[in-house]
Design a protein around this ligand. Structure first.
Ligand code: SF4
Length: 395
């Protein structure tokens, strides 16, 4: 070990470069991305949506503190318990206090929980924790890191998935993708149905309405948030926007930029389940979760306001820039601080872990700025990563 973080990163990158299977996975994912990108070309509806979301997010960042306070009030009015966590430790403690120990916990995909290291923390408290998103589940059982915000396991080709399922789930079925997905579905459904706590994320939080919006395709987030008696939503304060209509816009845009199509599911949660069917009297719970908790994580975000990194807080984590990046699509999860990878990962690392942690990652940025052509939010990813490389522009 050299002790030089940049050399360590380079070593890791060379290791990935010589991994034929990982390269095959990345190449297949990039080709599929190109196909879905083509669906968006000249789509006036999506272009208009992007323009609206840029405006919504810019306005939201100007009044973020008061929007977070309003979101808290509205969610509490709707029956949720809310914690605004200033630091990573505060956030972990808040979730740990809700979950306790000895529980079966299921999770849907959430970049903020990766940022916190929540799964490992909850396991350390003596809980059994399962990721229910297929890609996250594959990372969990393989001990791998994510290589993309949304397509987290894009570096794992089907051959490797088959080996993993054989080893970890004792899977003996065929190696075609539908059969493997079916096996994981059975495994995870059993855990979801028995779980004590379901942890979910958010694409956006509506301050006025007190509602959390999440898009997904697998249906796992919907089950994770409603089947277990306790639902804990963990997300960043940057996700708060004024209204539910704004939140829908953000969520839809993210979905279009990920796959070129609308999401299969849009989940809106504004409190624990309830009914007014008898004499219009509200009774909780009904069929869904009995409790809803929302942990809004700051962890460096409010400190980025008023700095060159403020524009990064408008990022909707669509990962479009990541799939366009020639470095990330070559070295995969080697160019990452854990939750955050690629050029945009440099910037999120600077916000959540500080410029010292981000600088070795910034050294790997080619500064070609191709990523910026693909960003619906107009974030100057390559420019800002270059500034961090040269020791300017960080929080
Ligand atoms: S920087 Fe832009 S393209 Fe990249 S993830 Fe964020 S919003 Fe998407």
């Amino acid at each position: 070990m050299s002790g030089d973080p940049f050399l360590e990163l380079k070593r890791e990158a060379y290791r990935w470069l010589s991994d034929e299977r990982a390269r095959a996975g990345m190449e297949r994912a990039s080709a599929s991305f190109e196909a879905s990108r083509r669906l968006l070309e000249g789509n006036a509806y999506v272009e208009e949506l992007a323009r609206e979301v840029r405006e919504v997010k810019r306005r939201a960042l100007r009044e973020l503190e008061s929007l977070v306070a309003r979101a808290r009030e509205s969610l509490e009015r709707n029956g949720a318990h809310v914690v605004v966590a200033r630091t990573r430790d505060d956030a972990l403690r808040a979730v740990g206090d809700i979950v306790g120990s000895g529980k079966l916990v299921v999770k849907s995909k959430s970049i903020v929980t990766e940022e916190l290291g929540l799964r490992e923390y909850l396991r350390g408290l003596g809980n059994e924790v399962w990721e229910t998103d297929l890609g996250e589940f594959l990372l969990q059982i393989s001990g791998n890191r994510p290589s993309h915000f949304v397509a987290v396991s894009m570096h794992l080709p089907r051959e490797e998935v088959l080996d993993l399922l054989r080893e970890k789930l004792n899977y003996r079925g065929p190696g075609d993708v539908p059969s493997m997905v079916g096996a994981v579905r059975e495994f995870l459904r059993d855990r979801i149905m028995r779980a004590d706590v379901g942890i979910t994320g958010a694409n956006a939080v509506a301050a006025e309405d007190g509602a959390v919006v999440q898009v997904e395709n697998e249906g796992n987030a919907r089950l994770t948030g409603t089947v277990p008696p306790v639902n804990v939503v963990v997300t960043g304060i940057d996700k708060v926007v004024p209204t539910l209509v704004d939140a829908f816009r953000v969520a839809l845009l993210e979905s279009y930029y990920v796959g070129g199509t609308p999401p299969t599911y849009v989940n809106v949660t504004s409190g624990p389940s309830g009914t007014r069917d008898v004499e219009h009297v509200l009774v909780r719970p009904a069929q869904g979760a009995k409790e809803m908790h929302v942990v809004l994580v700051d962890n460096g975000r409010s400190a980025a306001l008023g700095t060159p990194l403020e524009e990064v807080l408008a990022c909707i984590r669509c990962g479009s820039c990541q799939l366009a990046c020639p470095v990330l699509t070559t070295v995969g999860p080697a160019w990452s601080s854990g939750a955050y990878m690629g050029g945009i990962g440099v910037l999120w690392t600077a916000i959540t872990m500080g410029a010292g942690a981000a600088r070795p990652l910034a050294d790997m940025c080619a500064e070609c700025r191709v990523c910026e052509e693909y960003c619906p939010m107009g974030i100057r990813v390559g420019l800002l990563a270059g500034e961090i490389k040269r020791g300017a522009g960080q929080t």
